[in-house]
Design a protein around this ligand. Sequence first.
Ligand SMILES: NC(=O)c1ccc[n+]([C@@H]2O[C@H](COP(=O)([O-])OP(=O)(O)OC[C@H]3O[C@@H](n4cnc5c(N)ncnc54)[C@H](OP(=O)(O)O)[C@@H]3O)[C@@H](O)[C@H]2O)c1
Length: 332
Amino acid sequence: MSAGDKFTKETTAQEVADAFGDRIKGRYVVVTGASPGGLGYETARAIATQEPKLLVIAARDQAKLDAAKADILKETPAANVKTVILDLASQAAVRTAAADISSLGDVDVLINNAAIMMNPYTQTADGLESQFGTNYVGPWLLTALLLPSLLKTPHPRVVCVSSAGHRQSDIRWDDIGFAEGKDYNKHQAYGQSKTGNILHALALADKYGDKGLVAVSLHPGVISTNLSRHLTEEDFKGFSTFFNADGSAKPGIFKSIPQGAATTVTAAFDPRWDSQNGVYLVDSQVAPDVPEGESDNLLSVPGMGYIYPFAKDKKSAQRLWELTNKITGENF
Ligand SMILES: NC(=O)c1ccc[n+]([C@@H]2O[C@H](COP(=O)([O-])OP(=O)(O)OC[C@H]3O[C@@H](n4cnc5c(N)ncnc54)[C@H](OP(=O)(O)O)[C@@H]3O)[C@@H](O)[C@H]2O)c1
């Protein structure tokens, strides 16, 4: 029995952090993408209240990181918070950030939260389609480079923040890059990257579980943040299950930011996952498989609560792992 059994979509990140304070205290936790106004910030803020040994917030904009740190310290002046510049859209920058992060100590918990969503076609510094490169390859490389550090700690954990949007696409094995943009579909590109996050946790659990590493992925819910910055008026009309015609949110679908960050904190600290390595969570519980008939309905609200079969495929997880080794020139 864990406190987490009772968590629901209403539970807040603070309630989760309070429940697992003994698992946060004294540990080195890294949260990526902790700009103010987002889920990463709220995740970091709640963790900071529970006396971690060190909390590193990592993102690409120093001014935003400084603002986030100042806000956290205003609430918890004794917290040991450091900032690290991390640009997930550049493998060279990820390597620098990984060195900076591991120079500060051995990382107990890595929370891969940062992402972009449905932006117009661009490429990363390494020539990858930007959502796949930023949301999946960058965090994969960061995690791989931090593995030696993580595996030195007693109960290492990696969290891969994914999305219900994973249902929009399996890994497009024959054309991950959308023909260099000629066939670009921003919805599918987001879906592919978020399927990548779930398969990443699955592969980590499979490959490093016997060394004590636990990896968990999750969908945080639907929350109004800066993630929607690239969405057009047309896009909002397309999301008619979420929005009314006037652009206002439909009731009962959106979570607040504190509620939205709760599943991430559960993924990072709930002891339940020690014996359920590689799981995908929604509302702080293991998500059920999508039922027959639901799978074609990409905008259904109940559909957001499920995991799709291609995201549970261990062979795919292994194949993607090998492909990512090639993309990054690594051999993990
Ligand atoms: N909000 C939702 O409804 C929702 C639903 C499902 C899943 N999610 C997932 O939840 C996570 C957090 O999203 P959010 O809603 O909090 O979005 P957000 O407010 O836009 O935060 C995203 C964070 O990622 C950072 N980031 C973007 N590109 C980066 C890069 N190249 N290198 C390093 N950091 C980068 C952003 O930095 P900047 O501030 O500099 O841009 C920001 O700190 C994401 O993984 C997202 O896919 C969110």
